[in-house]
Write a new protein. Structure first.
Length: 166
């Protein structure tokens, strides 16, 4: 039987060790009495933090952008929880935190996807088509060995397509 998996997200502050008038903002994820905390790497003056609303108070540019950032974190954590429930994975606060920060095992690299495709489709493809796919796999491997990594790939799409055509 599946647990309730009730998700609670709270923002709270702790005093800054050096500057006593500033607070460091943390996020706490709680699921079925298990919890984990992480810092969101933001600070706020003590008089600008509303402890009841768990948000900054006022309408200065910094407070408005901070509140928007807190809303983005809140929404992102709920989205990670929803996706994990749809995938029927074990849901823990640490798993949601890992999914939110992109540290879970969910992603595949382009090279892994091409290798998987070449391995599963080898029986249904003709020899000429298989040859082209293996050449593409080799070219992508050489492209990434030259120092252009997968994370930068999003901005280097045209460079990769030019490299493959050569």
């Amino acid at each position: 039987m599946q647990k309730n998996n009730r998700l609670t997200i709270n923002f709270f502050t702790r005093k800054h060790r050096v500057q006593s008038d500033k607070l460091i903002i943390y996020c706490r994820i709680t699921i079925d009495c298990e919890r984990t905390d992480f810092s969101i790497n933001r600070e706020i003056k003590a008089n600008l933090w509303d402890n009841n609303r768990k948000r900054g108070k006022g309408f200065s540019n910094y407070v408005v952008s901070l509140n928007k950032y807190l809303d983005q974190i809140y929404t992102g954590l709920h989205e990670a929880h929803r996706l994990m429930m749809a995938e029927e994975k074990v849901i823990t606060p640490l798993a949601i935190k890992a999914r939110f920060f992109g540290e879970d095992e969910g992603g595949k690299t382009l090279k892994q996807l091409i290798a998987y495709h070449n391995g599963t489709m080898h029986t249904s493809l003709r020899p000429g088509t298989k040859k082209n796919y293996f050449i593409t796999e080799r070219c992508v491997g050489l492209f990434f060995k030259r120092g252009i990594w997968y994370r930068r790939y999003k901005t280097q799409k045209t460079e990769l397509s030019i490299y493959i055509r050569l």
